[in-house]
Design a binder for this molecule. Structure first.
Ligand code: 5GP
Ligand code: MN
Ligand code: MN
Length: 328
Protein backbone atom coordinates (compact mmCIF):
# COMPACT_ATOMS: atom_id res chain seq x y z
CA UNK A 1 0.00 0.00 0.00
CA UNK A 2 1.36 3.39 -0.96
CA UNK A 3 1.86 5.86 1.88
CA UNK A 4 -0.11 8.45 -0.12
CA UNK A 5 -3.11 6.10 -0.22
CA UNK A 6 -3.02 5.54 3.54
CA UNK A 7 -2.88 9.29 4.11
CA UNK A 8 -5.71 9.98 1.65
CA UNK A 9 -7.87 7.27 3.27
CA UNK A 10 -7.33 8.73 6.74
CA UNK A 11 -8.18 12.21 5.46
CA UNK A 12 -11.36 11.05 3.74
CA UNK A 13 -12.60 9.13 6.76
CA UNK A 14 -11.82 11.97 9.17
CA UNK A 15 -13.68 14.51 7.00
CA UNK A 16 -16.74 12.32 6.35
CA UNK A 17 -19.97 12.69 8.32
CA UNK A 18 -21.55 9.61 6.80
CA UNK A 19 -19.72 6.46 5.70
CA UNK A 20 -21.24 3.62 3.66
CA UNK A 21 -19.53 0.25 4.04
CA UNK A 22 -19.83 -2.75 1.73
CA UNK A 23 -18.32 -6.24 1.56
CA UNK A 24 -18.50 -8.98 -1.06
CA UNK A 25 -21.64 -10.97 -1.77
CA UNK A 26 -22.08 -14.24 0.16
CA UNK A 27 -19.87 -12.74 2.88
CA UNK A 28 -17.33 -14.85 4.75
CA UNK A 29 -15.71 -14.14 8.13
CA UNK A 30 -13.11 -11.79 6.69
CA UNK A 31 -15.53 -9.77 4.54
CA UNK A 32 -18.16 -9.30 7.25
CA UNK A 33 -15.68 -9.12 10.16
CA UNK A 34 -13.56 -6.44 8.47
CA UNK A 35 -16.63 -4.38 7.56
CA UNK A 36 -18.35 -4.58 10.96
CA UNK A 37 -15.06 -4.05 12.83
CA UNK A 38 -14.38 -0.76 11.06
CA UNK A 39 -18.09 0.13 11.22
CA UNK A 40 -18.20 -0.20 15.01
CA UNK A 41 -15.08 1.94 15.40
CA UNK A 42 -16.38 4.66 13.09
CA UNK A 43 -19.75 4.76 14.82
CA UNK A 44 -17.99 5.13 18.15
CA UNK A 45 -16.04 8.01 16.59
CA UNK A 46 -19.33 9.76 15.87
CA UNK A 47 -19.85 8.91 12.19
CA UNK A 48 -23.16 7.86 10.72
CA UNK A 49 -22.43 4.37 9.43
CA UNK A 50 -24.41 2.03 7.15
CA UNK A 51 -23.13 -1.36 6.05
CA UNK A 52 -24.43 -3.95 3.60
CA UNK A 53 -23.64 -6.52 0.94
CA UNK A 54 -25.36 -6.91 -2.41
CA UNK A 55 -27.03 -10.32 -2.19
CA UNK A 56 -30.50 -10.77 -3.67
CA UNK A 57 -31.34 -12.84 -0.59
CA UNK A 58 -29.93 -10.54 2.06
CA UNK A 59 -29.09 -12.67 5.11
CA UNK A 60 -26.08 -13.04 7.36
CA UNK A 61 -24.80 -16.66 7.20
CA UNK A 62 -25.79 -18.58 10.32
CA UNK A 63 -22.22 -19.14 11.45
CA UNK A 64 -21.44 -15.40 11.41
CA UNK A 65 -24.49 -14.30 13.40
CA UNK A 66 -22.40 -14.07 16.57
CA UNK A 67 -20.46 -11.09 15.16
CA UNK A 68 -21.08 -7.80 16.98
CA UNK A 69 -22.25 -4.74 15.07
CA UNK A 70 -25.01 -6.32 13.01
CA UNK A 71 -27.30 -3.40 13.82
CA UNK A 72 -25.15 -1.46 11.33
CA UNK A 73 -26.52 -3.61 8.49
CA UNK A 74 -29.21 -2.38 6.09
CA UNK A 75 -30.70 -4.27 3.14
CA UNK A 76 -29.30 -3.27 -0.29
CA UNK A 77 -32.58 -1.50 -1.14
CA UNK A 78 -32.05 0.89 1.80
CA UNK A 79 -28.39 1.58 1.02
CA UNK A 80 -27.37 5.15 0.06
CA UNK A 81 -27.68 5.47 -3.73
CA UNK A 82 -24.89 8.04 -4.07
CA UNK A 83 -22.69 7.76 -0.97
CA UNK A 84 -20.33 10.60 -0.14
CA UNK A 85 -17.74 8.08 1.07
CA UNK A 86 -17.95 4.34 0.44
CA UNK A 87 -15.46 1.72 1.70
CA UNK A 88 -15.33 -1.85 0.34
CA UNK A 89 -13.88 -4.86 2.17
CA UNK A 90 -12.44 -8.07 0.70
CA UNK A 91 -13.81 -7.20 -2.75
CA UNK A 92 -11.38 -7.90 -5.66
CA UNK A 93 -13.67 -7.01 -8.58
CA UNK A 94 -16.70 -4.76 -9.05
CA UNK A 95 -18.98 -7.71 -9.85
CA UNK A 96 -18.41 -9.09 -6.30
CA UNK A 97 -20.36 -6.04 -5.06
CA UNK A 98 -23.49 -7.65 -6.50
CA UNK A 99 -26.55 -5.41 -6.23
CA UNK A 100 -24.45 -2.59 -4.73
CA UNK A 101 -22.11 -2.21 -7.72
CA UNK A 102 -24.17 0.76 -9.07
CA UNK A 103 -23.92 2.50 -5.67
CA UNK A 104 -20.13 2.12 -5.77
CA UNK A 105 -20.14 3.54 -9.28
CA UNK A 106 -21.93 6.66 -7.99
CA UNK A 107 -19.92 7.10 -4.78
CA UNK A 108 -17.98 10.38 -4.64
CA UNK A 109 -15.01 8.51 -3.11
CA UNK A 110 -14.46 4.75 -2.88
CA UNK A 111 -11.77 3.33 -0.59
CA UNK A 112 -10.96 -0.30 -1.48
CA UNK A 113 -9.58 -2.41 1.38
CA UNK A 114 -8.53 -5.82 0.09
CA UNK A 115 -5.86 -8.53 -0.07
CA UNK A 116 -6.72 -10.46 -3.25
CA UNK A 117 -3.90 -10.76 -5.81
CA UNK A 118 -6.66 -10.56 -8.43
CA UNK A 119 -7.77 -7.08 -7.25
CA UNK A 120 -8.35 -4.97 -10.34
CA UNK A 121 -7.45 -1.63 -8.76
CA UNK A 122 -10.94 -0.16 -8.89
CA UNK A 123 -11.91 2.65 -6.51
CA UNK A 124 -10.37 6.06 -5.86
CA UNK A 125 -8.11 4.95 -2.98
CA UNK A 126 -6.48 1.48 -2.97
CA UNK A 127 -5.58 -0.07 0.37
CA UNK A 128 -4.70 -3.36 -1.31
CA UNK A 129 -1.92 -5.67 -0.15
CA UNK A 130 -1.80 -9.18 -1.60
CA UNK A 131 0.71 -10.14 1.10
CA UNK A 132 -1.79 -9.42 3.90
CA UNK A 133 -3.22 -12.59 5.45
CA UNK A 134 -6.69 -11.06 5.63
CA UNK A 135 -8.49 -7.83 4.85
CA UNK A 136 -8.87 -7.38 8.61
CA UNK A 137 -5.06 -6.95 8.86
CA UNK A 138 -5.43 -3.81 6.74
CA UNK A 139 -8.42 -2.66 8.79
CA UNK A 140 -6.33 -2.90 11.96
CA UNK A 141 -3.67 -0.68 10.38
CA UNK A 142 -6.30 1.81 9.20
CA UNK A 143 -7.77 2.02 12.72
CA UNK A 144 -4.27 2.56 14.11
CA UNK A 145 -3.61 5.37 11.62
CA UNK A 146 -6.99 6.92 12.48
CA UNK A 147 -6.07 6.75 16.15
CA UNK A 148 -9.21 4.73 16.94
CA UNK A 149 -9.03 2.15 19.75
CA UNK A 150 -9.85 -1.54 19.26
CA UNK A 151 -12.23 -2.74 21.97
CA UNK A 152 -13.38 -6.31 22.49
CA UNK A 153 -16.28 -6.15 20.01
CA UNK A 154 -14.08 -4.70 17.27
CA UNK A 155 -11.39 -7.26 18.09
CA UNK A 156 -13.95 -10.08 17.76
CA UNK A 157 -14.71 -8.88 14.23
CA UNK A 158 -11.07 -8.46 13.17
CA UNK A 159 -10.01 -11.75 14.77
CA UNK A 160 -12.78 -13.58 12.91
CA UNK A 161 -11.36 -12.28 9.62
CA UNK A 162 -7.84 -13.29 10.63
CA UNK A 163 -8.68 -16.75 11.92
CA UNK A 164 -10.94 -17.67 9.00
CA UNK A 165 -8.64 -16.48 6.21
CA UNK A 166 -5.57 -18.17 7.75
CA UNK A 167 -7.52 -21.41 8.24
CA UNK A 168 -7.02 -21.18 12.03
CA UNK A 169 -3.40 -20.07 11.62
CA UNK A 170 -2.57 -23.09 9.46
CA UNK A 171 -2.06 -21.51 6.04
CA UNK A 172 1.28 -20.30 4.66
CA UNK A 173 0.08 -16.72 5.21
CA UNK A 174 0.48 -17.18 8.99
CA UNK A 175 3.54 -15.00 9.64
CA UNK A 176 4.94 -13.80 12.97
CA UNK A 177 3.07 -10.52 12.33
CA UNK A 178 -0.19 -12.50 12.10
CA UNK A 179 0.40 -14.04 15.52
CA UNK A 180 1.37 -10.64 16.91
CA UNK A 181 -1.88 -9.16 15.65
CA UNK A 182 -3.80 -12.10 17.12
CA UNK A 183 -2.09 -11.47 20.45
CA UNK A 184 -3.11 -7.80 20.43
CA UNK A 185 -6.72 -8.77 19.66
CA UNK A 186 -6.89 -11.59 22.22
CA UNK A 187 -5.53 -9.19 24.84
CA UNK A 188 -8.80 -7.20 24.61
CA UNK A 189 -10.49 -10.14 26.34
CA UNK A 190 -11.65 -12.23 23.38
CA UNK A 191 -13.13 -15.67 23.97
CA UNK A 192 -11.22 -17.45 21.21
CA UNK A 193 -12.76 -20.77 22.27
CA UNK A 194 -16.28 -19.41 21.78
CA UNK A 195 -15.40 -17.85 18.42
CA UNK A 196 -13.87 -21.15 17.22
CA UNK A 197 -16.94 -23.06 18.30
CA UNK A 198 -19.30 -20.64 16.53
CA UNK A 199 -17.25 -20.81 13.33
CA UNK A 200 -16.39 -24.50 13.03
CA UNK A 201 -17.89 -26.72 15.68
CA UNK A 202 -21.61 -26.24 15.26
CA UNK A 203 -23.91 -28.01 12.80
CA UNK A 204 -27.45 -29.33 12.82
CA UNK A 205 -27.84 -33.13 12.66
CA UNK A 206 -28.96 -32.84 9.03
CA UNK A 207 -25.43 -31.72 8.13
CA UNK A 208 -24.11 -35.23 8.76
CA UNK A 209 -26.74 -36.71 6.44
CA UNK A 210 -25.93 -34.30 3.61
CA UNK A 211 -22.19 -34.74 4.20
CA UNK A 212 -22.69 -38.50 4.05
CA UNK A 213 -24.39 -38.23 0.66
CA UNK A 214 -21.60 -35.95 -0.61
CA UNK A 215 -18.95 -38.44 0.58
CA UNK A 216 -20.85 -41.25 -1.15
CA UNK A 217 -20.37 -39.62 -4.53
CA UNK A 218 -16.80 -38.33 -4.08
CA UNK A 219 -14.40 -38.92 -6.98
CA UNK A 220 -10.61 -39.09 -6.95
CA UNK A 221 -9.00 -38.36 -10.32
CA UNK A 222 -5.28 -38.88 -9.90
CA UNK A 223 -4.49 -37.96 -13.51
CA UNK A 224 -6.01 -34.49 -13.29
CA UNK A 225 -3.81 -31.38 -13.11
CA UNK A 226 -0.97 -32.99 -15.01
CA UNK A 227 -0.80 -35.89 -12.56
CA UNK A 228 -1.11 -33.80 -9.38
CA UNK A 229 -4.64 -35.10 -8.97
CA UNK A 230 -8.05 -33.75 -7.96
CA UNK A 231 -10.73 -34.93 -5.54
CA UNK A 232 -14.25 -33.60 -6.00
CA UNK A 233 -17.87 -34.01 -5.04
CA UNK A 234 -21.14 -32.12 -5.27
CA UNK A 235 -24.16 -31.26 -3.13
CA UNK A 236 -27.43 -30.94 -5.09
CA UNK A 237 -30.18 -28.89 -3.49
CA UNK A 238 -32.41 -31.99 -3.48
CA UNK A 239 -30.07 -33.49 -0.84
CA UNK A 240 -30.45 -30.43 1.32
CA UNK A 241 -34.21 -30.29 0.76
CA UNK A 242 -34.54 -33.92 1.83
CA UNK A 243 -32.97 -33.07 5.19
CA UNK A 244 -34.08 -29.40 5.35
CA UNK A 245 -30.51 -28.17 5.54
CA UNK A 246 -29.93 -24.48 4.67
CA UNK A 247 -27.34 -23.77 1.97
CA UNK A 248 -24.87 -22.00 4.23
CA UNK A 249 -24.56 -25.05 6.50
CA UNK A 250 -22.56 -26.77 3.71
CA UNK A 251 -19.62 -24.38 3.85
CA UNK A 252 -17.46 -26.86 5.81
CA UNK A 253 -17.70 -29.77 3.36
CA UNK A 254 -14.69 -28.52 1.38
CA UNK A 255 -12.61 -28.78 4.57
CA UNK A 256 -13.43 -32.48 4.79
CA UNK A 257 -12.71 -33.15 1.11
CA UNK A 258 -9.42 -31.23 1.00
CA UNK A 259 -7.81 -33.32 3.79
CA UNK A 260 -7.15 -36.15 1.35
CA UNK A 261 -3.44 -36.81 0.76
CA UNK A 262 -3.37 -38.10 -2.82
CA UNK A 263 -4.49 -35.05 -4.85
CA UNK A 264 -3.27 -31.47 -4.90
CA UNK A 265 -6.69 -30.07 -5.80
CA UNK A 266 -10.06 -30.39 -4.02
CA UNK A 267 -13.40 -29.16 -5.36
CA UNK A 268 -16.93 -29.04 -3.94
CA UNK A 269 -19.86 -27.88 -6.08
CA UNK A 270 -22.88 -26.76 -4.05
CA UNK A 271 -26.24 -26.04 -5.65
CA UNK A 272 -27.79 -22.97 -4.03
CA UNK A 273 -31.50 -22.24 -3.55
CA UNK A 274 -31.66 -20.53 -6.96
CA UNK A 275 -30.26 -23.60 -8.72
CA UNK A 276 -26.82 -22.08 -9.43
CA UNK A 277 -23.72 -24.10 -8.52
CA UNK A 278 -21.28 -22.37 -6.17
CA UNK A 279 -17.89 -23.97 -6.67
CA UNK A 280 -15.26 -24.02 -3.91
CA UNK A 281 -11.73 -25.01 -4.90
CA UNK A 282 -8.57 -25.57 -2.86
CA UNK A 283 -5.00 -26.52 -3.71
CA UNK A 284 -1.99 -27.54 -1.67
CA UNK A 285 0.15 -25.16 -3.74
CA UNK A 286 1.05 -27.32 -6.74
CA UNK A 287 -1.70 -25.68 -8.77
CA UNK A 288 -2.91 -22.07 -8.90
CA UNK A 289 -6.66 -22.59 -8.49
CA UNK A 290 -7.19 -18.81 -8.38
CA UNK A 291 -6.08 -18.55 -12.01
CA UNK A 292 -8.31 -21.43 -13.10
CA UNK A 293 -11.29 -19.95 -11.21
CA UNK A 294 -10.67 -16.53 -12.77
CA UNK A 295 -10.83 -18.23 -16.18
CA UNK A 296 -14.16 -19.75 -15.11
CA UNK A 297 -15.51 -16.26 -14.32
CA UNK A 298 -14.73 -16.27 -10.58
CA UNK A 299 -11.52 -15.57 -8.70
CA UNK A 300 -9.61 -15.95 -5.45
CA UNK A 301 -6.21 -16.88 -4.15
CA UNK A 302 -3.59 -19.46 -5.29
CA UNK A 303 -4.78 -22.03 -2.74
CA UNK A 304 -8.43 -21.04 -2.21
CA UNK A 305 -10.72 -19.79 -4.93
CA UNK A 306 -14.21 -20.13 -6.35
CA UNK A 307 -16.67 -19.42 -9.13
CA UNK A 308 -20.34 -19.85 -10.06
CA UNK A 309 -21.60 -22.29 -12.71
CA UNK A 310 -25.00 -22.90 -14.30
CA UNK A 311 -24.05 -26.23 -15.90
CA UNK A 312 -24.29 -29.78 -14.48
CA UNK A 313 -21.39 -30.68 -12.11
CA UNK A 314 -19.73 -33.20 -14.47
CA UNK A 315 -19.58 -30.61 -17.26
CA UNK A 316 -18.25 -27.91 -14.97
CA UNK A 317 -15.60 -30.15 -13.46
CA UNK A 318 -14.39 -31.25 -16.92
CA UNK A 319 -13.96 -27.63 -18.02
CA UNK A 320 -12.30 -26.68 -14.74
CA UNK A 321 -9.91 -29.67 -14.84
CA UNK A 322 -8.84 -28.73 -18.37
CA UNK A 323 -7.60 -25.38 -16.98
CA UNK A 324 -5.42 -26.93 -14.27
CA UNK A 325 -1.71 -27.06 -14.91
CA UNK A 326 1.06 -27.50 -12.35
CA UNK A 327 2.30 -24.04 -11.31
CA UNK A 328 6.02 -23.47 -11.82
P1 5GP B 1 -14.98 -20.36 -0.67
O1 5GP B 1 -14.64 -21.60 -1.42
O2 5GP B 1 -14.60 -20.43 0.76
O3 5GP B 1 -16.37 -19.90 -0.92
O4 5GP B 1 -14.08 -19.22 -1.32
C1 5GP B 1 -12.68 -19.26 -1.25
C2 5GP B 1 -12.11 -18.00 -1.84
O5 5GP B 1 -12.41 -17.99 -3.23
C3 5GP B 1 -12.75 -16.74 -1.29
O6 5GP B 1 -11.98 -16.20 -0.26
C4 5GP B 1 -12.77 -15.81 -2.48
O7 5GP B 1 -11.55 -15.13 -2.54
C5 5GP B 1 -12.82 -16.71 -3.67
N1 5GP B 1 -14.12 -16.87 -4.31
C6 5GP B 1 -15.08 -17.77 -4.03
N2 5GP B 1 -16.13 -17.67 -4.87
C7 5GP B 1 -15.83 -16.68 -5.72
C8 5GP B 1 -16.52 -16.07 -6.83
O8 5GP B 1 -17.62 -16.46 -7.24
N3 5GP B 1 -15.89 -15.04 -7.45
C9 5GP B 1 -14.66 -14.59 -7.03
N4 5GP B 1 -14.11 -13.55 -7.67
N5 5GP B 1 -13.99 -15.15 -6.01
C10 5GP B 1 -14.55 -16.17 -5.36
MN1 MN C 1 -13.70 -13.28 1.35
MN1 MN D 1 -10.22 -12.22 2.75
Amino acid sequence: VREADWRRAVELVQDAGQVALVCHVAPDGDALGSMLGLGLALRRAGKRVTASFGDRRFAVPRLLRFLPGQDLLVAPARYPAEPELMISFDVPTVDRLGLLAPNAGKARELIVVDHHPSNTGFGSVCLVDAAAASTSVLVEELLDRLGLPVDRDIATCLYTGLVTDTGSFRHASTTPAVHEMAARLVATGLRTDEIARELWDRSPFAYLKVLGAALDRVTLDERAAGGLGMVWTFVPRADRAAHRLPYDECEGIIDVIRRIDEPDVAVVLKEDDEGAWQVSTRSKGGVDVGRACTAMGGGGHVRAAGFTSHDPPEETIARFAALLAPST
